[in-house]
Design a protein around this ligand. Structure first.
Ligand code: CO
Length: 146
């Protein structure tokens, strides 16, 4: 009986820990770069809460940033098609199911959070990027669910 209780406490403790591990923050500013070049969450996270913070001062029309997730083989094409979609569509091709998750486009002083499912993402080669025209070549990183 004692052993069973100890195991139950351990299981509870690890569930608590993973709640924090499932929350990630990525920061950016008035330059075309993310401060983090990679992000990782454990596969035990069924959902990820991602926060994008823009610490700069420039408006969204001049130095907008978003956070978009796609498979690495597909992100360049998504980014190029997104450039034609306009700011009203967050510079993303509408209805494109290659977009696995995304935030809206934000400007300096703003932040935005999204929660998305990790279903089917574990072990995949994933890239996150900003789809503001021209930014994706520099604003990108590896996203890992493992
Ligand atoms: Co950007």
């Amino acid at each position: 009986m004692k052993k069973f209780l100890a195991l139950a406490v351990l299981a509870f403790a690890s569930a608590q820990a993973s709640a924090n591990e499932c929350e990630v923050t990525v920061s950016t500013g008035d330059k075309m770069q993310f401060e983090q070049s990679s992000l990782s969450v454990p596969a035990s996270c069924s959902e990820v809460t991602l926060t994008l913070e823009h610490k700069g001062k420039m408006p969204v029309s001049a130095m907008g940033h978003n956070w978009v997730l796609a498979e690495t083989q597909q992100y360049q094409d998504v980014a190029m098609k997104g450039a034609a979609a306009g700011l009203d569509n967050n510079y993303l091709p509408q209805g494109d199911d290659r977009i696995l998750a995304h935030t809206k486009m934000i400007g300096g002083g703003e932040s935005v959070s999204i929660t998305f499912s990790t279903e089917g993402l574990a072990g995949k080669d994933l890239t996150y990027f900003c789809s503001f025209p021209g930014h994706w070549t520099m604003m990108k990183g590896k996203f890992t669910v493992q």
